[in-house]
Design a protein around this ligand. Structure first.
Ligand code: BES
Ligand code: ZN
Ligand code: ZN
Length: 520
C-alpha cells in the first residue's frame, strides 16, 4: 500500500506535497494526465464508510478491481462536500487521480438558497479537483460529469481560470475533457458558459491602461469575428455620440484624454430577422476615479472593473453567438473613463440627456447613471421585447446584499421571473429590489434641473435612488436594472472562482437569453 501516496486538500488551502516519491518512468512530467472523479455523501441512515461513487468513478473502480474504493476508505474520513484527495500511481494512464466530495446525492433546487444545490456542489467539487491537479502541473485532465456534464464543465473552466497574462511565472495550462459520460453536448455547453464568464473576468481584471474604451471595443470585435455571418458591430466614435446629443454620457467622458466609444452589437440569431430584440445595456466605465468628486485612493484600483456591466453584457452576447442561440440580441456599451481634469464636469454643473431631460450633477462619482441614461434613451429605437441593463452602479448595493446576489430593479413581473429562473439554474443569483415612487421623489427634486444625479438624502437607499434615476429614461414595459457592484469581485465567497474580478452574472444573462430563445 505504501506506493500510493495520498494527499488531502481543502477548498481554500492547497499545500505543496514535497515528498512525491513514486516513479512513472514512461511519463514526462510535462504531459502527465489527471482524472477528477466524484463521490457522494452517505445517507444519514447508512453506516460509516459506505461509499457512493458516481457512475464514472464506479466504472474506474471496477476496472481496478475495487482499488479506488479500498484506498478511499483507507486514506481517511469520508470526503465532505468540496473536499478532495489525490491518489498517485493508481492507474497507468492517470498518474494523478483527484477524488472530490459532491455532498448529498439528488440535493436539487433549494427554496431558501434560490439555487440548485446539486449543480453548485458539482461546480465547487470539480473546480477544487482540477485546481489541485493544476498545482501538481498536470497538463491534461479528464473530468467526471458527476451526473451533470454542464455543471462539471463550468466548474472546470471557471476553476482553472487565472489572470496571469502580465506575469512571467504562469500557472500550468491545462487541457480538459469529459470522462466516462456520453453527454458531450452538455459538457460543451458548460465549457461555453464558463468561457463566457472568463471573458468578462479577463476584461474586468485587466488594468485600465490596457483595457481602454478603444481596446475594450477591439477585444469584443475580435471575439465576435468568427460569428460575422450573424453579427454586426458598430464602434461609434465621439462625433457620433455628439450627433446623438448624448450630453450626459459626454459630461462623464470629457474629463479624460481617452476617447469614448459607444459600442453597439447586433446578434441576429433568430430565424425571424424581424423578431424584436432583447436589448442588453452595460455600464462601461473603464476606470472610475470619481472625477472631481474624487474617490479615496485606497482600493481605487478596483475601479478598473467599473466596466463590469459592459463586460458581462458583451461576453454574454459572444457566448450567445457561440451557442448559436435562436434569438435576436442588441448590446449597447457606453465606454469611457471618469477622470478629474481641467475639462471635467464640476459638482453643480447641469447637463442635458438625449431625451432632453436636464440633470444637475451634484456628485461626479455618480457617473454610471449618466452614461446609462443616454444609452437607455437610444435603445428604445430598436423597439426591444425587453431591456436589461447591467452596471456596477452603487457601493450601496454591496452594503445591501454583499456578494450573494445581484440586485434586480424591474417594472415587469414577467422579466423578474425569467431572470430569477435563470439564476437558480446558474447559481449566480439575483434578488429583487424596490422601484418605489418614494425613491423617485428623491432624485426628481433638484434645485437647478429636472433631475439630480444623487438622492437628496445622500447615502440612504443609494442603490434604490440610482435605480429610480435610471427609470426616468425608460418607457418600455419590460425593463430590468441589475446592480452588480456587490458581485463585481470575489474574495473566497464563491469557491469555484479564484480571488479577483468575478465576471458575474454572465452565465445568468446567457441562461436568461437561452430561456427567451427556447420559450418564445
Ligand atoms: N462605480 C461606483 C460604484 C461601485 C462601488 C462599484 C464599489 C463597485 C464597487 C459608482 O460609480 C459610484 O461611485 N457610486 C457612488 C454613488 C454616490 C456618489 C451617490 C457610490 O456608490 O458611492
Ligand atoms: Zn463613480
Ligand atoms: Zn462607477
Amino acid at each position: 500500500m505504501t506506493m500510493f501516496l495520498v494527499r488531502t486538500a481543502t477548498r481554500t488551502a492547497v499545500r505543496t506535497n514535497s515528498c512525491r516519491s513514486f516513479c512513472v518512468s514512461h511519463t514526462h512530467l510535462s504531459d502527465r494526465k489527471g482524472l477528477v472523479l466524484g463521490v457522494f455523501e452517505k445517507k444519514e441512515e447508512e453506516e460509516e464508510g459506505t461509499l457512493h461513487l458516481t457512475e464514472a468513478a464506479a466504472g474506474f473502480d471496477k476496472s481496478l478491481s475495487g482499488k479506488l474504493s479500498e484506498l478511499l476508505k483507507l486514506s481517511g474520513p469520508a470526503l465532505k462536500n468540496g473536499k478532495s484527495r489525490v491518489f498517485y500511481g493508481l492507474h497507468k494512464d492517470f498518474p494523478c487521480v483527484a477524488v472530490v466530495g459532491l455532498g448529498k446525492n439528488n440535493a436539487g433546487v433549494c427554496g431558501t438558497e434560490n439555487w440548485d444545490t446539486s449543480k453548485e456542489n458539482i461546480r465547487q467539487a470539480v473546480s477544487a479537483g482540477c485546481r489541485l491537479l493544476q498545482d501538481l502541473e498536470v497538463s491534461h485532465v479528464e473530468v467526471d460529469s458527476c451526473g451533470d456534464a454542464q455543471s462539471a464543465a463550468e466548474g472546470t473552466v471557471l476553476g482553472l481560470f487565472q489572470y496571469d497574462q502580465l506575469k512571467s511565472k504562469k500557472k500550468t495550462k491545462v487541457t480538459t475533457q469529459l470522462h466516462g459520460s456520453a453527454d458531450v453536448v452538455g459538457w460543451e455547453k458548460g465549457v461555453m458558459y464558463g468561457e463566457g464568464q472568463n471573458l468578462a473576468r479577463l476584461l474586468m481584471e485587466a488594468p485600465a491602461n490596457h483595457i481602454t474604451p478603444t481596446a475594450f471595443a477591439k477585444t469584443i470585435e475580435e471575439k465576435l469575428a468568427p460569428h460575422a455571418d450573424r453579427v454586426t458591430i458598430h464602434k461609434r466614435p465621439q462625433a457620433w455620440i455628439e450627433e446623438q446629443q448624448m450630453g450626459a454620457f459626454l459630461s462623464v467622458s470629457k474629463g479624460s484624454e481617452e476617447p469614448p466609444v459607444f459600442l453597439e452589437l447586433h446578434y441576429n440569431g433568430s430565424p425571424d430577422s424581424k423578431q424584436p430584440p432583447l436589448l442588453l445595456v452595460g455600464k462601461g466605465i473603464t476606470f472610475d476615479s470619481g472625477g472631481i468628486s474624487l474617490k479615496p485612493s485606497a482600493s481605487m484600483d478596483a475601479m478598473r472593473a467599473d466596466m463590469g456591466g459592459a463586460a458581462t453584457v458583451c461576453a454574454s452576447i459572444v457566448t450567445a453567438a457561440s451557442l448559436k442561440l435562436p434569438v435576436n440580441i442588441i448590446g449597447l456599451a457606453p465606454l469611457c473613463e471618469n477622470m478629474p481634469s481641467g475639462k471635467a464636469t464640476k459638482p453643480g454643473d447641469v447637463v442635458r440627456a438625449k431625451n432632453g431631460k436636464t440633470i444637475q450633477v451634484d456628485n461626479t462619482d455618480a457617473e454610471g447613471r449618466l452614461i446609462l441614461a443616454d444609452a437607455l434613451c437610444y435603445g428604445h429605437v430598436f423597439n426591444p421585447r425587453a431591456i436589461v441593463n447591467v452596471a456596477t452602479l452603487t457601493g450601496a448595493m454591496d452594503v445591501a446584499l454583499g456578494s450573494a446576489a445581484a440586485g434586480v430593479f424591474t417594472n415587469s413581473d414577467w422579466l423578474w421571473e425569467q431572470l430569477h429562473r435563470a439564476s437558480v439554474v446558474t447559481g449566480d443569483r439575483v434578488w429583487r429590489m424596490p422601484l418605489f415612487q418614494h425613491y423617485t421623489k428623491q432624485v426628481t427634486d433638484s434645485q437647478l434641473a429636472d433631475l439630480n444625479n444623487v438622492g437628496k438624502y445622500s447615502r440612504s437607499g443609494g442603490a434604490c435612488t440610482a435605480a429610480a434615476f435610471l427609470r426616468e429614461f425608460v418607457k418600455a414595459p419590460h425593463w430590468a436594472h441589475l446592480d452588480i457592484a456587490g458581485v463585481m469581485s470575489n474574495k473566497d465567497e464563491i469557491p469555484y472562482l479564484r480571488k479577483g474580478m468575478s465576471g458575474r452574472p454572465t452565465r445568468t444573462l446567457v441562461e436568461f437569453a437561452a430561456g427567451l430563445a427556447h420559450n418564445g
